[in-house]
Design a protein. Structure first.
Length: 569
């Protein structure tokens, strides 16, 4: 039985041109070799599986090659290249810093650096996972790294550059390796499949590339796994089954249901997804990505941003013609809110279903909202409050009365701006008068029954209690001070600040409607007062307080004089 070699090792690049997805870095290294401007130390950093160690080995191999090609690649035929390929070269030393991170390990390395190469030009030291070195080991390495012998080259590789001390970073040429794109990974997988005589669907290779998340080594490992499972025939269906990935078909179907407002089929599809063993958060995350892809397809210039196979890309182009941009944006917002609240929700399935039902309503709510509102206004004319009369304020030393106009609109804001409230507060007493321009015919909806303070207080508390649980702040505003019945139909409510005043003004129409209906008196009016008593208080000095006390009890003054006391300021 032959020893199986995984694709990640078998197809490891041997030259700079074979490196996948790092063209800018390989070109820079080749130019450095061409111009004989090699740095003494290199730092290769980036995510896993993007070619850091591979490029380090290729660089070590190339600079010791005895017959470099015109393209500044290793010839693979000289004795130096052959020994490198057989991992028998004495000019390349690899150190895994994850398991050799002590000061002693670095001292042994420094001792080796003192010995010049017996064959070739350079001795190359590759230190992988260099961020795992201890602080003491880094410090022991500093001097050698800064002033190495001319024949010594250091290549450090790491996935976590931020853990390396700045004194090391400043002594290296830093190369940041990027994640490999989905297209580049898919093309390389296609090359490997052709070499291994494996039949592979292009869409299936794109799924593998997406699952690898920019790491070519991970993609090759997944490729080997699926090739073994399918006996050399990799299809789209076999990939999504082996990797437990949601098929694109679910997302295309869900988009059709939600864009048409089909709640029933939407809920049935969610049930199918959950029955297949997929997590709800995985589905909403995938659907968000699907909506993002649809949005990208709206413009020809951005279609290139799609990281999917050609067949899937054509389906996106087809579906986007039937889905509006407004729907996509609103659905994306709902999906985002669902993602944020999914983990915290006790009923996760309900959270998911509610979000998709809201998406279904995006296409039907606007058309229905307007006629429903009109119908409500026609059928319920009694909710419109009767017009108010101008009421002269009753002067009080502690309050600034304000008579505020009603409005039949639910979204009416206060006619007094913040600046108006401040000016009223500063003046101490002021009144804003307004008359509601409602038809006089509305007055017939309520009678003119008389009521007492007791009757009014009971109705007022009944109204206030409706806000006790849902809006406790407004409940406190209504009940902090008992409103007074000034005359037969005028009610005075005292509030403490402009925020409470604005809240009462905003709900004034609702308050009056409730009171007029409950007490059957259309002449009821509401007068809102701002408490100014605290502002009118006089601040006494310690001396003033003492004089006041001495007036009431002269013995205090005698005691002060006898004991020679002073007033404490």
């Amino acid at each position: 039985m032959e020893n199986f070699i995984v694709s990640a090792r078998k197809y490891r690049p041997q030259t700079f041109d074979m490196v996948v997805g790092q063209k800018s870095i390989t070109n820079t290294l080749k130019n450095a070799i061409k111009n004989q401007q090699l740095a003494q130390a290199f730092l290769f950093c980036g995510p896993r599986g993007v070619g850091k160690t591979t490029c380090a080995r290729i660089l070590a191999k190339t600079i010791n090659c005895q017959n470099i090609t015109p393209e500044f690649e290793a010839c693979d035929q000289c004795s130096s290249c052959i020994s490198f390929n057989q991992t028998a070269s004495f000019n390349m030393h690899e150190l895994d810093a994850a398991s050799n991170n002590s000061v002693e390990d670095i001292r042994n390395l420094v001792d080796q650096v003192r010995i010049p190469p017996q064959a070739g030009k350079y001795k190359v030291y590759i230190i992988d996972e260099v961020h795992m070195l201890s602080s003491q080991a880094f410090n022991a390495f500093l001097k050698t790294l800064e002033e190495p012998p001319a024949y010594a080259k250091f290549i450090l590789a790491t996935t976590e550059k931020h853990k390396i001390i700045p004194t090391i970073l400043s002594r290296c040429q830093i190369f940041d390796f990027r994640r490999i794109t989905v297209d580049d990974i898919a093309q390389h997988l296609s090359y490997v499949a052709s070499k291994e005589n494996i039949t592979a669907n292009a869409d299936a290779l794109h799924i593998i590339a997406q699952k690898a998340d920019g790491a070519l080594r991970d993609a090759l490992s997944i490729f080997d796994q699926i090739a073994s499972s399918t006996e050399g025939n990799i299809t789209y269906q076999s990939v999504i089954e082996n990797l437990n990935i949601l098929d694109y078909e679910f997302y295309f179907t869900m988009t059709n249901h939600t864009s048409k407002g089909n709640v029933t089929d939407t809920l049935l599809l969610i049930d199918q997804v959950i029955d297949n063993g997929f997590d709800g958060q995985l589905f909403i995350n995938g659907f968000s990505s699907h909506l993002r892809n649809l949005l990208i397809c709206k413009d020809e210039k951005t279609i290139s941003l799609l990281e999917v196979g050609e067949n899937i890309k054509e389906r996106y182009k087809e579906q986007v013609r039937f889905v509006s941009t407004e729907f996509i944006l609103k659905a994306l917002e709902i999906a985002n809110q669902c993602e944020l609240g999914y983990k915290a929700s006790n009923n996760k399935r309900l959270q998911l279903e509610l979000s998709f039902m809201q998406m279904c309503r995006l296409t039907s709510v606007p058309a229905e909202a307007a006629p429903l509102k009109d119908l409500a206004e026609k059928k319920n004319p009694e909710v419109t409050p009767a017009p108010e009369k101008i009421v002269a304020p009753e002067k009080k030393p502690v309050a600034a009365p304000i008579v505020v106009p009603e409005s039949s609109k639910d979204n009416e804001r206060s006619s007094l701006q913040k600046s108006d409230l401040m000016s009223i507060k500063n003046l101490g007493k002021a009144q804003v008068k307004s008359e509601d321009p409602q038809p006089e015919a509305q007055e017939s909806q309520f009678g003119e029954e008389t009521f007492s303070q007791h009757d009014f207080t009971e109705v007022w508390m009944k109204f206030a209690n409706t806000f006790q649980e849902k809006q406790p702040n407004f409940f406190i505003t209504l009940t902090a001070r008992n409103p007074e019945l000034k005359d037969e139909h005028t009610i005075a409510l005292v509030v403490d600040n402009a925020v409470q005043l604005d809240e009462v003004i905003r709900r004034r129409s609702e308050i009056l409607t409730f009171l007029r209906k409950a007490l059957n008196n259309r002449n009821i009016e509401l007068e809102v007062l701002i408490n100014t008593r605290d502002e009118d208080k006089k601040h006494f000095s310690p001396e003033d307080k003492f004089k006041k006390m001495a007036e009431k009890n002269p013995a205090i003054n005698s005691l002060k004089n006898q004991l020679d006391l002073e007033i404490d300021y």
